[in-house]
Design a protein around this ligand. Structure first.
Ligand code: SF4
Length: 1006
């Protein structure tokens, strides 16, 4: 056993009475706690009479493992765990005294979200901004309710009504949320001195690790118990150099924001306990802690004025730190994947590599895409990680399209993923049938069976889809949700696919599917009368809101790099850690060092909002280390591949090809031999890569390829040789040394037919682009492909329908005879709006009524503004179609005003969020409109403005001398990308969060 430092020994030997242990991350606090427990046991205190609490599961696990190792079998049970598990256990023992049903459930956010979605009409949401996304709104409101109940957020009168409705719904199901557990326990300790004394005497000692993580409600519990028993030891992490920190050394681990915003007020109540929904408050005499370590320290010293303080200063973990300045998020993720690949190649266990992101649900996708590009097995942990797994998304796609055949994104995924694997061009054909005949995608599949445009091979795949679909939809109404999900997983063959792939991936896949089935079973237990359709609705809402159901977190499979959120990494240790996103405004206020051998701190130079500055913590760490930043640029066409990475990528392809060929061998068709030869050719290519990767000396790649090809020619049949000749692998390997070659495009070109026939063109064959096409492509080329090339039909969202309505109303209003409009004025505008509202089929949900209220007010303001406006509308919805380079650029300007001085102003109505002039600095749309007005109408418009209708504000976009040149450059660049079929995804948290194609997008999965 390792010898302890002298301060740690003092902790272990400490007798009775309070003790505060302060030290930075990695100074051995947790070890000291475990050793103290062993020492207490050796001195005659039964281990079960020591309550040991931690905030994070990782620390609780470490404490338990160390205690079990040190104690041997000298205990009946251990009270070591997280606040959540032990708090619930204590409350359950006192359920009757607390006035609770003894079988109460403690529900996590996902269960509560589902419950609330079912009872939307009972919730006072009218004053909250729903914006067409009740699940998203509720998820964020639940977070606020949790913070409120934890006492980490001040009481909010706006939320009081909602909290009451939320609690009433939970109570009707005999359920509590986590916050209620501590609030109720708190109240019990105050109201029942006998129970308080009973708990305080039951535990001879209480030890609390991670004091800095405690919520005010949890601290209030400790303060209550301290009245009866002062044998409390608190371990507090504090950072050296923080102005309010203890003088203890070390560098702190990133601390979650909830621990940073305690607002603990003195109260008149002797207990400080509150009712659910009220702000938890301090016990009498307990201080109002400031935020940060000093606040926790001060609080602890007030609860125990005579406490002994021991500070740990020696850092046993001090890894070398590197600093990365990355061009953007993708560059950052690519740099991590590149570095992880090198580490793994050097023999580092992937499990010992950890990537820390702010929010795995939001930023995990970018890291996941970069890891996938290099074929590195990884495990994305954190809320909703389950829903980012490909196999789980496949199952959700099947469930969604079964519940709603008009769900085109779900249909597209089910059709293009195994086992159907419809090719892109055939999906585009289906989407065309669906659009032209106004059919949902499933009906379009049926229609396609008769269409001569669908090739026989695609028809077979569509037939297979329809067969599975038909069988599953018949069972949908009959089976319970959990039974249905299990059968569907088997019937579609989701478990069987890629069974031979790299081991960690297979294990992760099976775990993910098992979790989904468990989720369905848990839901069916809770909702015994619910239908499978109800479950699918619940699942979709929970997955979309990014909330992971309680107890469903997927454990990582062995052999995978961990991608964790900042909160989750606390209490863990790895050899190599990459902490990403350390720009100003990032949630982490301190930087962690959960690394033994190497730590990389990374920040981006440009985020979605523009230039990003490093966080203070990053800047301080950089200054303290006196280090240099390493710059990382984005690899536009994916990783500049090494042979090893290409080998790994091709290995997956070989396994896929062999699986597919195997399936066809079991049901031979005319072209089975083609697929078998193709599978063998892929295998020979794999051999080629293995040979090249292991070739000795520094023979030039071109010569080495030629030599290996010569040997392969001796074993390949003529058909296989033809496949090898048609492959672009050699070209790729050679071109990878040359800039600008698209690896993925070339490799994909071997197996995917061109989408040439589906690119949006005008009658003369030229590419057709609009301002929104340009924006779409620049935002994410893959999203452009889904929307404009495949043309996957989408149901318009409430926001889109509302936008169309407002455009139509304003057009009609201005088109009417000017004198009539002036006479009737506001009333006429309102009438047009009301008529349009009814015709558009809006209902009376809170969301819709909110839009209506805002729109009515907006119409009134619009009319008032119009009466005073200088400009006179001369054209409405005026179209243009101009040539830029060889492309058509078309569009429609909502309104052109003639200004009093004789000039013109182009106006575009917007019903979304208002932007400032600064936000519009590099705006493209109005610059394009001005250029088009000049070319198409010979009209020089000095100004272009956005009219934000809901805010009744007009914002002019800045005009720059190089606008025309900028527009031309952009149009030509996008045109080149589209014609070159460069549809690489550009995942980013904000864009993907609202993307209609998330389910079908491979880059949005982890
Ligand atoms: S989910 Fe993200 S990466 Fe995928 S298509 Fe949509 S925007 Fe692009």
């Amino acid at each position: 056993m390792l010898a302890l430092a002298e301060p740690q020994e003092r902790v272990v030997r400490h007798g009775d009475g309070p003790l505060l242990l302060v030290g930075g991350a990695g100074t051995g606090k947790t070890e000291a706690l475990a050793r103290r427990l062993a020492r207490l046991s050796a001195s005659g205190v039964e281990p079960e009479r020591v309550l040991v609490l931690a905030s994070t599961p990782a620390t609780a696990r470490r404490l338990r493992e160390r205690a079990e190792a040190l104690l041997g079998d000298a205990y009946a049970e251990l009270w070591i765990g997280t606040w959540e598990t032990l708090g619930e256990r204590l409350l359950r023992e006192q359920a009757t005294a607390a006035g609770l049903d003894p079988f109460f459930d403690v529900l996590g956010p996902a269960e509560r979200l589902a419950m609330l979605l079912d009872r939307l009409d009972d919730l006072p949401l009218r004053h909250h901004d729903i914006r067409g996304n009740p699940a998203g709104l509720l998820a964020s409101l639940l977070e606020r309710i949790d913070e409120l109940k934890a006492g980490s957020e001040p009481a909010d009168p706006d939320l009081a009504e909602l909290v009451a409705a939320h609690d009433k719904i939970l109570a009707s199901a005999c359920s509590l949320d986590r916050g209620d557990v501590f609030l109720t326990l708190n109240r019990l300790l105050d109201d029942r001195p006998d129970i308080r004394a009973g708990i305080a005497s039951r535990f001879a000692h209480i030890m609390v690790d991670e004091l800095e993580e405690l919520t005010p409600a949890q601290r209030a519990i400790l303060a209550a118990l301290a009245q009866e028993n002062t044998n409390q030891l608190f371990a507090l992490e504090a950072t050296l150099g923080e102005p309010d920190a203890s003088p203890a050394g070390g560098v702190g681990v990133g601390v979650p924001s909830r621990a940073r915003r305690p607002v603990l007020r003195p109260t008149n109540s002797a207990s400080g306990a509150t009712s659910p929904g009220e702000e938890p408050s301090a016990r009498e005499g307990t201080p109002t802690p400031a935020t940060g370590p000093a606040g926790h320290r001060a609080w602890s010293l007030t609860v125990h004025p005579n406490t002994e303080v021991i500070e740990l200063t020696s850092q046993f973990r001090d890894p070398p730190v590197r600093f990365w300045r990355c061009a953007n998020e993708r560059a950052q993720a690519q740099a991590v994947a590149r570095e992880a690949e090198h580490l793994i190649a050097q023999g580092i266990d992937p499990e010992q590599i950890c990537v820390v992101v702010d929010d795995p649900a939001a930023q995990g996708g970018t890291v996941a895409a970069a890891m996938e590009e290099r074929g590195i097995p990884f495990h994305l942990c954190g809320p909703a990680a389950l829903f980012q797994r490909p196999e789980v998304r496949d199952a959700i796609a099947w469930l969604r399209v079964l519940a709603d055949p008009a769900d085109s994104a779900a249909a597209a995924r089910a059709l293009t993923r195994p086992p159907i694997e419809l090719r892109s061009a055939d999906l585009a054909r289906l989407a065309t049938i669906s659009r032209r005949r106004k059919l949902d995608m499933v009906s379009a599949c049926e229609a396609a069976m008769e269409s001569p445009q669908i090739p026989p091979e695609a028809r077979e795949r569509i037939q297979a889809f329809l067969k599975l679909y038909g069988a599953a939809s018949a069972a949908l109404e009959e089976r319970r949700a959990d039974v249905f999900v299990r059968r569907l997983i088997e019937a579609v063959g989701l478990r069987r696919q890629r069974l031979f792939a790299a081991q960690p991936e297979v294990a992760e896949r099976l775990l993910g599917l098992a979790r989904l089935a468990e989720l369905a079973a848990a839901w069916a237990r809770r909702e015994p009368h619910g239908s499978t359709r109800d479950f699918i609705r619940h699942l979709s809402a929970v997955a979309d809101a990014g909330v992971e159901p309680a107890g469903i977190a997927t454990p990582p499979a062995p052999g995978a790099v961990r991608v964790l959120g900042r909160e989750a990494v606390k209490g863990m240790e790895f050899d190599h850690v990459f902490v990403l996103g350390l720009e100003r405004g990032a949630a982490a206020e301190r930087i962690g060092r959960p690394a033994r051998s190497g730590l990389v701190l990374a920040r981006v130079e440009r985020d979605e909002a523009g230039d990003a500055r490093p966080s203070e913590a990053y800047a301080e760490a950089l200054a303290a280390a006196g280090g240099e930043e390493e710059a990382h640029q984005e690899e536009l066409f994916g990783p500049a591949e090494g042979l090893h990475a290409t080998y790994r990528m091709l290995r997956e392809e070989v396994l896929e090809a062999s699986w597919k060929a195997g399936r066809e061998l079991s049901e031979p068709r005319l072209d089975t031999a083609v697929d078998v030869n193709r599978a063998i050719a892929r295998y020979l290519e794999l051999l080629k890569l293995a040979a090249l990767a292991q070739r000795p000396g520094d023979e030039a790649t071109v010569e080495a390829i030629e030599a290996v090809n010569g040997l392969l020619r001796q074993v390949a049949t003529p058909e296989q040789q033809a496949e090898l000749d048609a492959s672009s692998l050699d070209a790729y390997l050679l071109d990878s040394e040359r800039e600008g070659e698209a690896r993925r495009g070339l490799i994909a070109a071997r197996r995917e037919p061109s989408l040439e026939g589906f690119l949006p063109r005008r009658g003369d064959g030229a590419l057709s682009l609009s301002a929104s096409d340009l924006d779409l492509y620049l935002t994410c080329p893959l999203k452009y492909k889904f929307a404009r090339v495949f043309g996957i039909p989408q149901q318009p969202t409430i926001n889109q329908r509302f936008g169309i309505l407002i455009h139509n109303v304003l057009e009609r209003f201005h088109k009417e005879d000017a004198s009539a409009a002036a006479e009737e004025g506001l009333q006429r505008l309102m009438d047009l709006f009301e008529a349009g509202w009814r015709r558009t089929g809006f209902g009376s949900s809170d969301d819709e009524l909110q839009f209506r209220d805002r729109a009515r007010e907006a119409m009134r303001l619009y009319w008032e503004r119009e009466r005073e406006a200088d400009g006179e509308p001369v054209w409405l919805e005026r179209k243009f179609d101009v040539r830029i380079g060889e492309h058509h650029v078309r569009g429609r300007v909502d309104r052109v005003d003639r200004l009093p001085g004789g000039g013109y102003e182009l106006i575009d109505y917007k019903t979304g969020e208002r932007k400032s002039e600064a936000d519009l600095e590099s705006d493209l749309q109005l610059a394009l409109y001005r250029l088009a007005a000049r070319q198409a109408w010979d009209l020089e418009a000095g100004t272009g403005s956005y009219y934000y209708v809901l805010d009744a504000e007009k914002v002019a976009a800045p005009v720059r001398p190089d606008d025309a040149e900028r527009v031309e450059r952009t149009v030509l660049g996008v045109g080149e990308g589209v014609l070159g079929q460069d549809f690489e995804p550009r995942p980013s948290p904000t864009v993907c969060g609202w993307c209609d194609y998330r389910l079908v997008c491979p880059a949005a999965e982890g």
